[in-house]
Design a protein around this ligand. Structure first.
Ligand SMILES: [Zn+2]
Length: 874
């Protein structure tokens, strides 16, 4: 009320039409208030204005307008050119514009205002109304809108290219639906307020002139030399008009805030050291010593250039001898001389020296000539902190906005000042505000690579390949990085943006402490290991779906880790005993059918993994390697190798072990990104390694020459045979320890050969006493048939079970199934159930019915089989 500067009514409101343009008196405000910018006196007589914004039906239909403390009123104020009066300070206490309420805290002032209105008999009624009020997310305090000056970025301009690059598909979002989200935001983009009133962050590089009010924008880009940039940056870090020594400059150069360390030394020498004094030039003897030590090395440089030889970094600081030599030549020996003489000497030779210096630098790798901080300091102490006859010059003096004042005597300290671009005054104050954190983060993709310098890193790594992040910062961060990248680099910051899933609990609910459904990763790691947790998250990370995490899943994948461990133990133990001749050059080995099969499977997996990773389908990648390792390598291949390892010829053992180890090695590499610890641990124990750590070893690549489709297919048929036999065992309730006689009749000669080559393994895997493989078999007496694609197997179960008893058992099972079937059938024929029950429940019941029906058929056929056996036997 104290900050009101108008009363607004709707222009269509008949009640107030006559009043528009007249003025009303604010009863509580002082007669004179001062506008927000201090430029205007604002009366307590305020106009009545007409504005569409006012809702006739709401309240009295007349609205007080407080432009400095309400965003909507601000807009009305802009339309009617109303003055703006701030009545609170930054702590939400009333200021001098509040007259007698000045100094009161806002809630206190509210009470006092009501009292005052009552006292003046101006209060008609007190009514409670609900309205929206903003609250601070952290403290919960009510936020008061408050007029202040802020810096804004015109984002519409910036957004144009950032929209284009995504629309054109040159920058992709994965999953793709986020593209739409991004674009919708960008189409509706508003100016971005980038100034923040907090004390951390990049300070806004604007200096206000106290004399002429000009806003000077300085950045280190206006300086050419690195030394000037450094000093400017120290400046921006509040070192304004303070003295500092070159040691501080060096500290700054090597501080993590200063992002050009790889260029620093070289440029530092060019910019800074070129101008340094020569302490050795005290007398003829010293000079001669100096020349003897350094000048003669110059030819070495030339030779080295011709021969591409390595050069000691110290010899590269060759400009000093040149300057000295110049002076030497010009008769300065034994004479006193000035700094100017040195500079003159240097200047004459500088271009020539610099040219040589550059050639040397280009010939050498950068790092060869880089000094570390310690060396640089030592060098400076050696060369600059000596007894200088006339002081030293570190930085050249410059005209214009920037100048260096040299202090010759007082302990080698320097100080600088900035000058107003417009009036030349040095009475400048930097803006106190800092940049919005997202503004600073938006520079990340190129800022970290050395920008604004044209560094090798920037050249090599920008644009980056992939950004992985959460959907909640697509606008805050991703969009801003794209805009800034397009603006400053004229190139996207990354090719792909992968938006990862959100981790929820197993029911899909957000984890929260109050709900008590939080799964703490650290707990999970100590219980199940970091690998299991990491694997679980990867396995669940399907594109476009939230991760429903449960402890059970993590526990489940711990079994996988155990499986890996146990399988590896089998390999390592055998390697210890028989592995001395193994090789990874397996192409040249005498490979068996099963070797060819596992190698084919491995390469198929590598292929699939490569594709999944390329498409960012991490869950598929996880399940592909899981399936391969558990269901092919562990379940089958390991078993297949036992016969050859334990009973084979030395050559057979070596081949089996070589393939076994080769496949383990590749599997570990495939697994490493999602199970880093266990894979590294095991890999370190392998006898053949091509690098120090698996972490830096080569990721497996598909090898056409190790793919054998036909042999692989035959092993698949063989697996089918074994599975069909196992099924019969389960169906007829034959104990696992009971060994049976099995007859296998393959379809063709080729398959017969495969089966025969693996007869011992079949025996082992099907738990058989005797295996007879022949194409000339008739179904023997007392056997049950197991059918598979390429063979028929006859299993002799006569001695294994009491057939009569088994028939009884199966008939009982049949009865149970039929009973359940009846219930299910009744349910499904009940119309009420179908109509009223939730769809999932009905679907589930239908599924159950189908399952029961299948079981019924199966049991019936088993009983039929058994009865036949009984008749034959009896
Ligand atoms: Zn000025």
């Amino acid at each position: 009320m104290l900050g009101d500067t108008a009363v607004a009514v709707n222009p269509e409101d008949e009640r107030y039409k006559e009043l528009i343009g007249k003025k009303v008196k604010l009863p509580l405000a002082p007669e004179k208030r001062i506008s927000w910018d201090g430029k205007e006196e604002v009366s307590n007589l305020i106009p009545i204005v007409a504005d569409e914004y006012v809702d006739k039906e709401f309240g009295t239909g007349a609205v007080k307008i407080t432009p400095a403390h309400d965003p909507n009123d601000f807009e009305v104020g802009q339309r009617h050119k109303l003055p703006m009066v701030i009545v609170m300070d930054e702590k939400a206490s009333m200021n001098e514009n509040a007259g007698e309420f000045k100094g009161l805290e806002r809630y206190e002032a509210r009470k006092k205002i009501v009292e005052k209105l009552e006292e003046l008999d101006l209060l008609e009624k007190v009514e409670k109304i609900k309205h929206n009020v903003g609250h601070s997310q952290r403290s919960g305090a009510v936020v008061e809108p408050y007029l202040s000056i802020q810096w804004f970025v015109n984002t519409r301009e910036l957004a144009k290219k950032a929209i284009e690059i995504v629309e054109d598909g040159n920058l992709k979002f994965i999953p793709e639906n986020w593209k739409k989200t991004y674009l919708n935001w960008m189409y509706e983009i508003r100016d971005w307020c980038i100034s923040r009133q907090i004390w951390w962050g990049h300070r806004i590089p604007v200096w206000y002139c106290e004399k002429c009010n000009h806003s000077n924008v300085f950045s280190d880009e206006i300086f050419n030399s690195l030394a000037e940039k450094v000093i400017f940056n120290m400046y921006a870090n509040t070192r304004i008009q303070q003295v500092f020594s070159e040691k501080e400059v060096i500290d700054y150069l090597f501080s993590p805030n200063f992002n050009q360390s790889d260029k620093t030394n070289i440029q530092f020498f060019e910019d800074v050291v070129f101008h340094s004094e020569i302490p050795e030039l005290k007398n003829e003897k010293e000079i001669n010593k100096f020349l003897n030590r350094t000048y003669k090395k110059v030819p070495i440089l030339d030779e080295a250039l011709l021969d591409n030889k390595e050069i000691d970094e110290k010899e590269l600081i060759g400009f000093l001898p040149h300057a000295v030599f110049y002076m030497y030549e010009h008769g300065y020996i034994g004479k006193s001389f000035t700094t100017n003489d040195v500079i003159e000497g240097y200047k004459k030779h500088a271009d020539e020296i610099k040219a040589v210096y550059r050639i040397v630098l280009n010939k050498l790798k950068r790092e060869d000539v880089l000094l570390d901080k310690e060396k640089l300091e030592k060098w400076l102490i050696d060369h600059a902190y000596g007894n200088c006859p006339k002081g030293r010059i570190f930085f050249t003096e410059k005209e214009g906005t920037f100048s260096v004042i040299e202090d010759n005597i007082k302990g080698y300290k320097y100080y600088l000042e900035l000058k107003c671009e417009k009036c030349g005054s040095s009475l400048l104050t930097q803006d106190e505000d800092v940049l919005d954190t997202w503004f600073s983060s938006a520079l990340w993709p190129f800022g970290t690579l050395g920008w604004p310098e044209k560094t090798e890193d920037l050249d090599k790594f920008y644009p980056t390949s992939l950004l992985i992040t959460g959907f909640d910062i697509i606008f805050f961060w991703v969009a801003r990085m794209i805009m800034m990248g397009m603006k400053f680099m004229n190139e996207k910051p990354f090719f792909d943006v992968y938006i990862h899933a959100i981790v929820r609990d197993e029911k899909g609910e957000k984890m929260s402490k109050t709900k008590g459904n939080v799964i703490d990763p650290l707990d999970m790691i100590s219980k199940y290991g970091a690998d299991s947790l990491r694997y679980t998250l990867t396995a669940l990370a399907a594109q476009g779906r939230d991760i429903r995490l449960s402890e059970k899943r993590i526990e489940g994948y711990k079994h996988f880790a155990n499986k890996i461990w146990n399988a590896s133990k089998y390999v390592l133990t055998n390697l210890e005993n028989y592995g001395e001749n193994i090789t990874y050059n397996i192409t040249y080995l005498n490979l068996s059918y099963e070797d060819k099969w596992i190698l084919t499977k491995l390469n198929e997996t590598i292929n699939k993994v490569e594709k999944s990773l390329k498409e960012y389908r991490y869950n598929e990648y996880a399940s592909e390697i899981y399936d391969f390792f558990w269901h092919n390598y562990c379940d089958w291949y390991l078993e297949f190798t036992k016969e050859r390892i334990y009973k084979g010829t030395p050559e057979e053992t070596t081949v089996a072990l070589s393939v076994l180890t080769y496949v383990l090695d590749k599997s570990l590499r495939l697994l490493h990104p999602i199970m880093p610890f266990i894979t590294e641990e095991i890999w370190q124990k392998l006898p053949i390694k091509d690098s120090e750590y698996i972490a830096v070893s080569k990721f497996p690549e598909y090898k056409e020459e190790l793919v054998f489709p036909r042999d692989s297919e035959n092993i698949e048929y063989l697996k089918e045979v074994i599975i069909s036999i196992r099924n019969v065992r389960a169906d007829f309730g034959i104990e696992p320890s009971r060994k049976l006689n099995i007859y296998i009749k393959p379809e063709d000669e080729e398959f017969e050969e495969v089966l025969k080559s693996l007869e011992p393994s079949i025996k082992l895997l099907a738990k058989a006493d005797k295996v007879i493989i022949s194409r000339d078999l008739d179904k023997p007496k007392n056997t049950v048939i197991a059918i598979s694609t390429k063979a028929e197997s006859y299993i002799d179960i006569s001695g294994s079970i009491d057939i009569a008893k088994e028939i009884e058992r199966q008939e009982k099972l049949l009865k149970d199934v039929e009973k359940s079937l009846g219930i299910s059938e009744r349910k499904l024929s009940n119309e009420n159930f179908i109509k009223k029950a939730p769809k999932e429940v009905v679907d589930k019941e239908r599924e159950r019915y189908e399952e029961l029906k299948q079981r019924e058929t199966k049991i019936k056929s088993i009983i039929k089989n058994l009865k036949e056996l009984l008749n034959l036997g009896g």
